[in-house]
Design a protein. Sequence first.
Length: 617
Amino acid sequence: MNELIVGWISLELQVTNSPFNQEQIELLNRLLPSLADSQRIWLSGYLTALQGAKSPVTSSATPLADVAATVQAAPKEVTVLFGSQTGNCNRLAKKLTKELEAKGLKVSLSAMGDFKPNSLKTVQNLLILVSTHGEGDAPDNAITFYEFLHSKRAPKLDTLNFSVLALGDTSYEFYCQTGKDFDKRLEELGAKRISPRIDCDVDYDDSAAEWFKQVIGSLSVASVAATVVSGVNATDVNETESEYSRTNPFQAEVLENLSLNGRGSDRETRHIEISLEGSNLQYEPGDSLGIYPENHPRLVEEIIDAMGWSTTELVTLNKNGDKGSLQEALLRYYEITVLTKPLIEQLAKLTANAGLNELLVAGREQELRSYINGRDLLDLVQDYALKGVPANDFVSLLRKLPARLYSISSSSKAFPDEVHATVRSVRYEAHGRNRYGVCSVHLADRVVAGDKLPVYIQQNMNFKLPENPETPIIMIGPGTGVAPFRAFMGEREETQAPGKSWLFYGDQHFITDFLYQIEWQRWLGDGVLTKMDVAFSRDTDKKVYVQHRMQENSRELYEWLQEGAHVYVCGDEKKMAHDVQTTLLAILEQEGGLSPEAAAEYLSVMQQQKRYQRDVY
Ligand code: NDP
């Protein structure tokens, strides 16, 4: 059908090459150039549908009045833009697209990074799905669009209709900030909100479904013609998917659980191999593995004791109303290690506790934030003497225990039906108690080979090997940040990709902390890995980090960039990723003779071209 449309646009019909008589040709040649895109698409779909139904296209089948009426009902065009770091908004945007198309709307779906901001002026209906990271930051693939919209170059958008779905985490101060910013800015530019922004917490499914309902309700136009067209577009986003997902995880068998650090290390990193056999779950290097953990049994016990509850008491486990023991609920269903403002507000309402109400008094936000920071449910129930609150009322206020995402450290080509994760245990003391990372310590202390873990694959389109196997890659991944690069190398080895590759790796000590050392050395020996520079920060008097090694190799690194290398950064977001970016900019200035502005532009273009990708946490 698309070919037909193209033909209409570019060709003048001739009697010799068409089945029409002279009169029909003249009519068509008068009509076709006058049609708008949406009218051509509608007409094309309409004729195809008539043919499909074996109805002859005759003048009696298409009276002029009917055509005029149905052209009015041509599908609305909707632009769906997503800004996604870990893939949630990407997945939701695809789902929304399918639902909009099923309602007969014509949808153009795009990552914000791939969208030409100047074309915003021609958009009629804009739906934005965007997440927020760290201290209120936009996802990497949303930055350019975000900056454009907030700059002086942003156009007036008086004719634009829009709505925003914001994903975030209520335990962070700048909850859903990026979504809020887009929402506010679009309004400032004159756009009309067709349905209010919805902010979603970690467990976003219900809120997202509500927003879908609202925006689809506001936009949808039911018409035969529109449905015909949508049938074509819908196939573009169809995917063969496993039945297992974030909301229906696969119970996967653990094959291996090994320690990667040598004796005497301060670090404790596990290499976990998991079987995906029978799941039909597929992944690519750069994707993440979602694992549903269990809370620490001792913390569960202490909370139950502190509240004077009984472990066997029946409580509600989920929104379906399923029941289970309190112990089961706190182990596997609810989050007990993170406090959020909404939780404290709801508990204050439920208990009328004076202390909690005082914590929520306006103007004391900083105090509330500092109390929440690093404390868990046990602290809260002890500090505010919440003993006696009925268990079921209490747990119904808790957030669902979310899965943890780990960058996959295996290539499925090298390990079919398996997935590997590289997980560092989080253990520390705070506010007078030992604290444990929920998933990392569950995996380190309580999961052995043969056990089952609920898992799913989270696609990450923002961290992918170059399509061209000849393209050089530079991988910067200290600590557990090295995980996806093991997958990259496994993939490049299996596919015999000829492109050069360069790893910058670092951790505290060479002897005890060189994760996957034997594999790196083998890949280096075999030529799968071209170059490796390591920085062991605590083996020398002066700290050395990956960015120091980058700086020492600045000339060659710049040459790789000029040859079109893709740069990947994985690991700590707060310090490392920031310092690495500063170093990249410094190298561009120093070796490329660029001004600071030109260097920033160079990196920004690399980001838009997907040549600078980050998986940072
Ligand atoms: P780290 O990033 O903590 O440490 C790796 C190496 O990076 C160390 O040599 C460290 O040196 C060094 N380093 C410290 N600061 C910088 C800097 N500004 N620039 C460059 N290098 C630096 O590795 P981890 O894998 O432990 O942690 C990575 C991230 O993952 C952190 O954000 C952490 O919170 C998070 N995390 C991930 C877990 C997982 O399993 N995936 C579990 C726990 C945490 P030195 O220590 O000597 O300063």
